[in-house]
Design a protein around this ligand. Sequence first.
Ligand SMILES: CC(C)(COP(=O)(O)OP(=O)(O)OC[C@H]1O[C@@H](n2cnc3c(N)ncnc32)[C@H](O)[C@@H]1OP(=O)(O)O)[C@@H](O)C(=O)NCCC(=O)NCCS
Length: 172
Amino acid sequence: MSKPKVEIREAKTSDARSLNRFVRSIFTTSRHLITRAQEFRSGSFKQRGWIARKNSNSHEICLVAVTDKTVIGMLDSWTDRRQRVAHGTCFAMSVAEQWRSNGIGRALLEAFIDWVRKHPSLERIELHVHSDNESAIKLYESCGFKREGVRKGAVKYEDGRIIDDIIMALWP
Ligand SMILES: CC(C)(COP(=O)(O)OP(=O)(O)OC[C@H]1O[C@@H](n2cnc3c(N)ncnc32)[C@H](O)[C@@H]1OP(=O)(O)O)[C@@H](O)C(=O)NCCC(=O)NCCS
């Protein structure tokens, strides 16, 4: 059977419902993100406003991976517009559990790097990743990101384990 087609594109306000469901499920299932599901209070209405604000901010983007009108992956970026740091931008990304290891994460990240390359003022991409998130670190390193620093013990899991937060960056 052929694989279903996955589209990588900017989020639209009409994705709000599906994106909201996706984000909630990611916060429920992934231990490698900071936000827990119970801390995520957005519903479809708020999500719609959030997408609209991203789309009207020329220094930020929300990319989604969509199949059959369902969001199965996302990457969103944010930028501090103060002059001395405005050349840098940060992002976070995730792919639905059942769709992982199919090249969707790489496709989202490559689309984002491409967008930054074409941007008139962005030069540096920064990310934060938990030190035990091996698959994400492999993906970032394979796209050229270098380790720049460590926030020792910055993350504490519910079972008491304390791990480091690694800072990586790329100058595309
Ligand atoms: C990290 C994440 C976004 C990767 O998405 P993905 O769609 O599975 O990634 P891809 O299939 O495009 O794989 C890209 C690369 O990641 C690495 N990778 C992916 N899955 C892996 C696994 N199970 N084990 C080791 N490396 C893996 C590989 O280097 C792979 O490249 P390759 O296929 O050429 O070997 C996904 O695992 C995820 O959503 N995790 C939960 C949320 C999260 O941790 N987000 C990142 C927070 S910083």
